[in-house]
Design a protein around this ligand. Structure first.
Ligand code: PRX
Length: 646
């Protein structure tokens, strides 16, 4: 373990505990985590805390045996937490449902029994395609209880995306719903799932939750109603939690990378749970008096860790909301905070910027005095949004916990730690790394950058919540995360360290976009674009957006025989919605005769980016044909004019 100089600077912060904890964790990670992991219930404790003999495949708590559903539920039943609320849920139409830890335990046991009756065994994969309803955490916990591996596909993904993920991990069961509510309307989910199921040979059973009560087709012998199955099973059924090795996978979550195919990020059982537990405790320190509201959908990592595993393991009450922030009115969230007495709000910069646009009056109609902490995640928070959040929501009293992390990291990596020792905040900086995280900013050559100079963020240590590998693709794991610089984890993010040692996260350095906090691979979008019959070449770039952070813009070259039209553009958009999903819809489709390329045939992304941002083009000497960049610019300007006219 490297003995680096500490990232902390005494000038700004007379912090002591944080510094000591961080130092201890770096100097002796095994001792540090052996102490911390005692907060989890183990069937058998580990033989070795960290096995790095096969790095970069790090194995945490080797030999340890535990079950996550036991840690989330059963262990609280012996304490007064048994009758405490685990979840308060509000549906989009306004109904409220609650589950105590005991009630949740009952539901999870019943579903686990159903899974067993269907022949599901340890290690089998369960795919989940559900809206934000409580059957979603129930499904995850029931899967974990019997030792299954879940893979949740966000409900905004298409049939093709769902099928691709199911097939990659060869899931046996799919849990979905008839539909979902969105802005007062119902969205078909089962119909989309049915289209996916035409091409998913491994799926044997489909369990369908009745949510919107719309008509759906049910295939005999394959499709079952969730509520029918749940009433058929003994109400007090007990399913023994499957003893799991700490290093056995808990879930696979697909995320976009720099190549076409999404990456199946594989998380462990033991290390992941320990990291989930401690990161939430350190950063927010929620307890029995709190109502924790993490606004992320469980389809993403934020929802996995901070709507399911961390809060349940800590035994706190979480609030879950099915709807959107502006329906039926632009104060829906503030109504929720007031009505349910939310104490911690953890959300995204995109949501904050949207509320800034709606105006303060919507907020000020409500009493937000129950709030004690605010959090941010998913994309860089610009200082302006930070200040608005601080002033209008936090009334200049509440700290903002800006948490930087990734699907791959399992939990927070860089964040102020209000539960340990709160550092002096700076608007727009996620401050310092958590214990066990040795973060460094590198230049292109792998040397630490000078203070104040932008570089790429790397992590030089292993931490318990770190992904284990990519599902059935260890080579891609090595190449994607450890291929850029030897022996350090490459994050794909730009960062800068300021003179006080604070880290400022500056967005992606690779071909990945963050659109409203959602991770979208430009290469993935490009390969779907060229699968459209009219398109021969495509380049997708992010364009700065005042609300969503950035939005994808597609530059496409048409095949001969096709000519630009509004109809064709609409058809291309429809194609993307069908192949990836509505979340990847490009903001604009710019049809060009030619893409700017280097002499060796590589698309000059830098130039396309400059076109979009209006920045100077810089050196164009390596362009294959300088005229094409002018053409791209002219076409884009023309399109922008057309869009503005509408
Ligand atoms: O670019 C960083 C950005 O989100 C990326 C990870 O995305 P995903 O795997 O979808 O996980 C999102 C939830 C953790 C990072 O590589 N990101 C996340 N949090 C922040 C952030 N960028 C700046 N500040 C943050 N707090």
């Amino acid at each position: 373990m490297s003995e680096e100089s500490l990232p902390f600077n005494e000038k700004v912060l007379p912090i002591k505990i944080l510094k000591e904890e961080w130092e201890r964790s770096i100097k002796n990670p095994e001792k540090f985590w052996a102490e911390k992991a005692k907060t989890i219930d183990w069937v058998k404790t580990w033989d070795k805390v960290l096995d790095d003999s096969d790095s970069p495949f790090y194995r945490w708590f080797v030999g340890g045996i535990l079950n996550i559903s036991y840690n989330a539920l059963d262990r609280h039943l012996k304490t007064p937490k048994k009758n405490m609320l685990a979840y308060i849920w509000e549906g989009e139409p306004g109904e409220v449902k609650t589950y105590t830890f005991y009630q949740l335990y009952r539901e999870v046991n019943k579903l686990a029994k159903i899974f067993k009756n269907f022949g599901l065994k340890k290690g089998d994969r369960v795919a989940v395609y559900l809206p934000m309803i409580l059957e979603l955490p129930i499904t995850l916990l029931a899967t974990a209880r019997i030792g299954g591996i879940h893979t949740v596909v966000f409900s905004g993904f298409s049939a093709d995306a769902l099928a691709g993920r199911i097939n990659d991990c060869e899931a046996k069961i799919l849990v979905t719903s008839d539909g979902a509510y969105r802005r007062g309307k119902t969205v078909q989910l089962k119909e989309t799932a049915d289209r996916a199921l035409e091409n998913t040979p491994t799926i044997q059973k489909v369990i369908v939750v009745k949510r919107t009560r719309q008509d759906v087709s049910m295939k005999g012998g394959r499709d079952y109603w969730y509520h029918d199955l749940m009433t058929e099973v003994e109400p007090n059924v007990y399913v023994q939690p499957e003893p799991m090795e700490a290093t056995e996978p808990l879930f696979i979550l697909y995320t976009s990378g720099t190549t076409g195919k999404p990456k199946g990020v594989q998380h462990s059982t033991g290390g992941y749970l320990v990291w989930a537990y401690w990161t939430l405790k350190w950063a927010f320190d929620p307890d029995e008096r709190d109502i924790w509201w993490c606004t992320a959908d469980i389809g993403w990592i934020t929802g996995h860790t901070y709507n399911v595993y961390a809060p349940l393991a800590l035994g706190i009450t979480s609030f879950i909301f099915e709807g959107t922030p502006d329906y039926p009115a632009q104060d829906r969230w503030w109504d929720i905070v007031e009505h349910h007495g939310i104490t911690i709000l953890y959300t995204t910069p995109t949501a904050i910027r949207m509320f800034m646009k709606f105006g303060e009056d919507w907020v000020n109609k409500h009493d937000l005095s129950t709030l004690r902490l605010l959090g941010s995640v998913g994309e860089p928070i610009n200082p302006e949004a930070w200040r608005w959040y601080y002033r209008v929501i936090g009334k200049e009293k509440l700290p903002i916990i800006d948490t930087w992390w990734q699907t791959e990291t399992g939990g927070f990596m860089i964040a102020p730690l209000a539960g340990l020792e709160l550092v002096q905040l700076k608007p727009g900086s996620a401050t310092y790394p958590l214990p066990s995280v040795l973060a460094e900013v590198y230049d292109e050559k792998g040397q630490p950058t000078a203070i104040g100079k932008r570089g790429v963020l790397v992590i030089k240590t292993s931490w318990p919540g770190m992904l284990e590998t990519l599902w059935k693709d260890p080579e891609r794991y090595k190449q994607a995360y450890f291929g850029r610089f030897p022996n350090v984890y490459y994050t794909g993010d730009y960062a800068v360290k300021d003179p006080d040692g604070y880290l400022w996260l500056l967005g992606r350095a690779d071909e990945v976009l963050k659109v409203a906090g959602h991770r979208i691979g430009t290469v993935e979008l490009e390969s779907e674009l060229v699968s459209h019959p009219a398109i021969s070449e495509a380049a997708v770039m992010g364009k700065e957006d005042p609300i969503k952070g950035e939005v994808p813009v597609a530059f496409v070259v048409l095949r001969s025989g096709f000519s630009p039209s509004e109809e064709l553009r609409a058809n291309i958009v429809k194609h993307i919605r069908n192949t990836i999903g509505p979340i990847a819809t490009p903001e604009a489709i710019v049809i060009v005769n030619k893409l700017p390329k280097t002499r060796s045939g590589k698309i000059m992304r830098r130039l396309l980016k400059a076109v979009l941002s209006g920045a100077a083009l810089g050196d164009v000497s390596t362009l294959e044909d300088e005229a094409s960049i002018e053409e791209v610019k002219a076409t884009y300007d023309e399109l922008k004019r057309q869009l503005e006219k509408k």
